[in-house]
Structures are given as structure tokens and as C-alpha cells.
Write a protein that binds this ligand. Structure first.
Ligand SMILES: [Zn+2]
Length: 332
């Protein structure tokens, strides 16, 4: 090869329960091409991995990049994971168990593959290119069906030795509270997740306190999406507004614990609920978090809303793969 180090490219992959996305980035993290597909998890993990590989081939082709120019692949996926081995241990929403993602993709592409938690990928993406750029410590919290959390500290994603960490959704906040999906009581998710909000919203609709929500989606829990909640508030459902505000305040209670432990300079909020109601969330979470902190920490951080949307996961996965490669000094 010539003296000049040739330019390299990176794949970021976001494996979700219903959809997956692959994107190709250059060294400057500019996106060159992108492919989206339905996950079709019910077809099994072997077919899933093949489809993932095919998508990677497609983005390389569409980006005009040969395999030889590929530096590495980063995959963000739902947990729990064995980070060291790159194995997806169990994904409830995919129905997959013990899937050796890293091994399978390395065999096909002969390039280093980094498997990471999807929330970590999103937080890292916002840290590299989005709302949390240049922060020293970012605590990211993504309320959705559950509540995901992740932390980037001085450029590194904080993890356990083998698995991910920052499970803020399962921090207990209500003694003897409602039953959580994890089997314990009173976790943050039981009062601040979209599921908790939807349950309270459906009850309000049933009682006749939320006519706009009733008109939008009736009392079907699964139909109460973030966009429906936002729309019913916009149309004037005060009961729904107070339910969402209370949930956002609870989120602040959970986040105050993280601020006490990590003293971040940036608290990053993202996910469907926050995207649908960014101002409400930023305001309530900021106020509630500060209210639950000791004086020394009250003004130590800012609250920002994620701005990369769907791109956060693929950007984070690709840039973390790039970062891992430069740390390990691999220049193949
Ligand atoms: Zn829990």
C-alpha cells in the first residue's frame, strides 16, 4: 500500500424489536448510505443474522465502498448481552436467545465487530454528533415502554465487566409500589414509563376525563402511543397533561439519584415520549431533578433533548466501533 493511510469506513447497525437499520459512515462520521428493514424476528435468529449481513452488503454497495475499505462494524441491540463475546443473551422482544452476533458477522465480513447495548449506542451517538457533544459526563435517559439509561464518561461508555449497566428504570423509587415487569415493586418504570402513563391515561379516558384521547384511541392501552398523548394534550385534555407531567417529575426523581452518583454536566433525554413532548419533558425533568438534589449539585448540569432521532443508534454504534479500533491500535 502507499504511504498515505487510506480512508476507512464504518458500519453502524441498529437492531430493534420491530425494525432494523444499517448505515455507512466515513472517518468524519458523515453518513454515506442507509438501509431500513422490518426485523421479522419470528423467522428466527439465523435468518435474522443473514438479513443483517445482507443489509450491510447493501449499504456498502450503495455507498460505493468495498469490503477492503471497511474499518469495522458496530451493532447496537437490546439486552442483556455478553459484551466480551458479543453475544445477545436474551431479547424478549425478538424472542432470540444466545445469538453469537459478533462471531457470525466477523465470519462474514472479516472485520472487527463491536456489539453494544442499543441505549448506550444512542447516548454515545448524541455524545459524538448530537445534543450532548463535548460533554465530560452524559447521563442519558430514554423513557419508552420501559426506561433505558446509559452513561458516557470522559469519552467512554460505562459498562459492567461483561454486561451493560445504568438500568435506571429499575431503581426503586416508590416503597411497596406497583409491580414492575422485572418482578419487583416500585421501580421508576412503574411510575414514569410510557406503559405507566398509558395505563393512567386509559383510566382517565374511561372515566370521561379525557375526551380527546378517547376520540383518538379509545381505551385500548396499546393504542396510546406518545403521539396520541401529545395530540390529546394539544387539544386540551388537562387530565392527560397532568398525568404526563407527573410521570416526567418522577423521571426527575430517578435522574436526581444518577446526578448524585455521577455529577454529570449533561442530562440527555430521548425516546418517543420526549420526542413527542420535548418542551414539557425538558421543563418538568429539569425542575424535578434540581428539586431533589443537594445545593452543591443543583446547578452542576444542563438538561438537553436528543436531536439525532433514529440516527442516534447507528451513529453511536459506528463511532464506538471506530473508537474501539483506534484504542486497540488496529490498522489493518
Ligand atoms: Zn423493575
Amino acid at each position: 500500500m502507499g504511504i498515505q493511510r487510506s480512508k476507512r469506513y464504518w458500519i453502524g447497525f441498529d437492531l430493534g424489536g420491530t425494525k432494523m437499520m444499517a448505515a455507512l459512515f466515513d472517518d468524519k462520521l458523515h453518513k454515506r448510505s442507509v438501509v431500513r428493514k422490518k426485523t421479522r424476528a419470528q423467522e428466527g435468529s439465523a435468518a435474522g443474522i443473514r438479513r443483517m449481513g445482507d443489509m450491510i452488503e447493501t449499504v456498502l454497495e450503495e455507498g460505493g465502498v468495498s469490503r477492503r475499505m471497511l474499518g469495522g462494524i458496530g451493532v447496537g441491540c437490546p439486552g442483556p448481552l455478553d459484551l466480551k463475546q458479543g453475544v445477545l443473551l436474551e431479547a424478549a422482544n425478538l424472542g432470540w436467545r444466545k445469538v453469537p452476533l459478533r462471531q457470525a458477522l466477523e465470519r462474514r465480513f472479516h472485520r472487527p465487530v463491536t456489539v453494544m447495548n442499543d441505549v448506550d449506542a444512542g447516548v454515545y451517538g448524541e455524545y459524538r454528533c448530537g445534543a450532548a457533544r463535548k460533554s465530560r459526563c452524559v447521563v442519558g435517559v430514554f423513557p419508552g415502554t420501559g426506561i433505558g439509561g446509559g452513561c458516557v464518561y470522559e469519552g467512554r461508555i460505562i459498562t459492567g465487566a461483561r454486561s451493560t449497566c445504568f438500568e435506571i428504570g429499575h431503581c426503586p423509587v416508590v416503597p411497596e409500589g406497583a409491580l414492575c415487569g422485572c418482578g419487583r415493586r416500585g421501580c421508576l418504570e412503574t411510575v414514569a414509563s410510557r406503559l405507566a402513563i398509558a395505563a393512567a391515561a386509559v383510566e382517565a379516558a374511561y372515566r370521561g376525563h379525557a375526551p380527546h384521547l378517547m376520540a383518538l384511541c379509545g381505551t385500548d392501552l396499546a393504542a396510546v402511543r406518545s403521539s396520541a398523548l401529545a395530540e390529546s394534550i394539544r387539544r386540551g385534555d388537562k387530565a392527560i397533561e397532568s398525568i404526563v407531567r407527573r410521570a416526567a417529575q418522577w423521571l426527575g426523581v430517578g435522574i436526581s439519584t444518577a446526578v448524585n452518583l455521577m455529577a454529570p454536566d449533561t442530562v440527555l433525554l430521548g425516546g418517543g415520549l420526549v420526542e413527542a413532548m420535548p418542551a414539557l419533558y425538558r421543563e418538568e425533568v429539569e425542575q424535578s431533578t434540581r428539586q431533589h438534589l443537594m445545593d452543591a449539585l443543583v446547578k452542576s448540569f444542563k438538561v438537553v433533548v436528543a436531536r439525532l432521532g433514529d440516527d442516534a443508534g447507528v451513529t453511536g454504534a459506528a463511532s464506538w466501533a471506530m473508537e474501539q479500533s483506534s484504542r486497540s491500535g488496529e490498522h489493518r
